[in-house]
Design a protein around this ligand. Structure first.
Ligand SMILES: C[S@@+](CC[C@H](N)C(=O)[O-])C[C@H]1O[C@@H](n2cnc3c(N)ncnc32)[C@H](O)[C@@H]1O
Length: 220
């Protein structure tokens, strides 16, 4: 699969990746990892885990890649792999490897697909998940406040009734059961420490929508 190696793209063989999975106690995939700083921090704090940052905009991950390739004492994280891919077309190596999936402050196709319950996005998330995996997603709700960006117009807002009455049915068809939905004021959601979450928190009254899900079998 295509991975970021410093400022370049390179490849990692299936065998090489499989060995990293076997050597780790837990595999996390940060979907839409952006600058990959959250993935990097998670990898540094949990050296026994394998952390995969996945994003089709690979250049944004290169600074973190450079940092992660240093020696461990100088800030390196050899348990961080940054993959150039979109979640609706995950590389074969990632199929059924993740114990946990994170989606933090998505935008573009990832945001739209996540919120609308699109089959390609939720099936892609399911494809990389193990049979007992969990997913947590965080979306800043200010995107639905005036002035609503053009890209968001027509996108249903993540509210409890929408999640329970519409989204949950769609995700269950892709093998995900929504287990929790919460709206949390930015400052209370400090646990979300991604670059984008911090930008929004600093803009004061942001309310974050947290969604949690677990893998189930898809409905027939
Ligand atoms: C606002 S950034 C958030 C980055 C990071 N999670 C954070 O919180 O700092 C959203 C990211 O979602 C990625 N993205 C959009 N569509 C995607 C898709 N289909 N699959 C994977 N990532 C996607 C974008 O490339 C972008 O880097």
């Amino acid at each position: 699969m295509q991975i970021v190696q410093g400022k370049k793209l390179g490849t990692m063989s299936e065998d090489e990746f499989r060995q990293l999975v076997l050597d780790s106690s837990r595999v996390i995939i940060d979907v839409g990892t952006g600058d990959a700083r959250t993935a990097y921090r998670t990898a540094r704090e949990n050296p026994g885990w394998l952390v995969v940052g996945l994003d089709p905009a690979w250049q944004r991950m290169s600074q973190t890649s450079v940092r992660s390739r240093r020696k461990a004492v100088k800030g390196g994280a050899s348990n961080l792999i940054l993959v150039n891919a979109s979640i609706e077309m995950p590389p074969q190596e990632l199929i059924s490897v993740a114990d946990e999936l994170l989606v933090l402050m998505p935008w573009g196709k990832l945001l739209h697909g996540l919120v609308r319950g699109d089959h390609d996005i939720w099936s892609g998330l399911r494809a990389v998940a193990k049979s007992n995996a969990t997913l947590t997603a965080t979306v800043g709700t200010s995107i639905w406040r005036e002035p609503v960006p053009r890209d968001i117009q027509g996108l249903p807002e993540l509210t409890r009734p929408y999640v329970e009455e519409v989204l949950a049915g769609r995700t269950s068809q892709c093998g995900w059961k929504i287990t929790r939905f919460q709206l949390v004021k930015g400052e209370e959601g400090a646990a979300v420490s991604s670059s984008w979450a911090r930008r929004l928190e600093s803009s004061s009254s942001e309310v974050l929508a947290h969604l949690a899900a677990v893998v189930t079998e898809p409905e027939q």
